[in-house]
Ligand binder design. Structure first.
Ligand code: FAD
Length: 309
């Protein structure tokens, strides 16, 4: 990375969207750097990806590694760092990283994805790493042959429950709705799984334990008690966009904070493009394939915009 240089493009976020954009940008000859805290993005924390065409059931981490290697093969410079602030000075974007170093660019691609939602109940932070987790793939191993609880009704929650059932003795899946919202193939795996109990129309209202979590309190009794003993609690209740930079730059977002993009992945601010889970594009179908597609489209649009500028 060169602090004195004005890069044509800086890509913020090194997930499938940012790395796909990088591959296309390299092939278009657009000089750029990618800055991302987690190279490969959140798919690296997934047990398995088996719905990306041409990739038959790869481990999430291995898949993420192959994305990074592919981008590097075409010359991408990937900085594993945190971006703290993005501002605009005239026509130049100023990207401040952790440690205070600064990079400047003519165009910027925001592909910072989403962050997991928290329950927002007492002691959730206190028990983080001591019973509370937001990543089944990362932490499931620590609960071998024990009893865990998963909260959520979406694909992530269902996938986490299925994955954990291969490791732990018992999984209780708690969802506040009347029925799960996950894909049918996941629901089928849950229904046929003797290790998984699904508890519907129920909320976890507090966490119980001394040094580590030992039980959760429910807002309605399950099997005669509102206290459910558990060794681990996996919170899988969705995610929100990492769109602070967009707001700072005056980029329009929708009511959920997702960046509004055109079909070419441009935003409402000239020179700012966005791709992946952070946008309102692809009907908000937040998948690797849509993130990669948006990244590719963004790179093409940026190449065209740089040629005109
Ligand atoms: C548990 C789970 C299972 C999943 N399973 C599948 C699946 O089987 N198939 C599928 O297609 N999709 C799956 N997904 C969804 C898929 O992971 C996402 O749709 C995809 O990763 C989105 O890519 P992205 O590049 O938009 O964002 P992300 O992958 O979230 O990448 C965002 C990037 O931005 C970086 N970043 C964020 N903020 C900053 C900052 N301030 N400074 C620097 N870097 C920053 C991150 O570190 C990361 O590099 C799953 C998701 C989860 C959570």
């Amino acid at each position: 990375m060169n602090e004195d240089k004005l890069y044509p493009l800086v890509i913020v976020g090194a997930g499938p969207a940012g790395l796909s954009a990088s591959i296309y940008a390299s092939r278009y000859g657009v000089d750029h750097i990618v800055i991302g805290q987690l190279p490969g993005g959140q798919i690296s924390e997934t047990h398995e990806i088996d719905n990306y065409p041409g990739v038959d059931a790869a481990g999430g981490f291995e898949f993420a590694e192959s994305l990074v290697a592919h981008a590097r093969k075409y010359g991408a410079l990937i900085e594993q760092r945190m971006v703290m602030k993005i501002s605009k000075e005239g026509d130049t974007f100023v990207i401040m990283q952790d440690g205070g170093s600064v990079v400047r660019s003519r165009m910027i691609l925001l592909s910072t994805g989403t962050k997991h939602r928290v329950l927002g109940i007492d002691r959730e932070t206190e028990f983080l790493g001591r019973g509370v987790s937001y990543c089944a793939t990362c932490d499931g191993f620590f609960y071998r042959n024990r009893t865990v609880t998963v909260i959520g009704g979406n694909n992530s929650a269902a996938g986490a429950a299925v994955y954990l059932s291969g490791i732990v003795a018992k999984v209780r899946l708690i969802y506040r709705g009347k029925s799960m919202r996950a894909e049918e193939h996941l629901l089928k795996s849950l229904r046929n799984n003797p290790k998984v109990d699904i508890i519907l129309e129920t909320n976890v209202i507090s966490l119980i334990g001394e040094e580590t979590l030992s039980a959760v309190r429910l807002d309605r009794p399950y099997e005669g008690s509102d206290t459910l003993p558990t060794d681990g609690l996996f919170i899988e209740i969705g995610s929100d966009p990492n769109a602070d930079f967009a707001r700072d730059l005056g980029v329009a977002t929708d009511e959920g904070g997702f960046i509004r993009v055109g079909v070419d992945m441009s935003t409402t601010v000239p020179g700012v493009f966005a791709a992946g889970d952070i946008t309102d594009g692809s009907a908000k179908f937040q998948q690797v394939i849509t993130a990669a597609a948006e990244g590719a489209i963004a790179a093409r649009s940026i190449h065209a915009a740089l040629a005109k500028a």
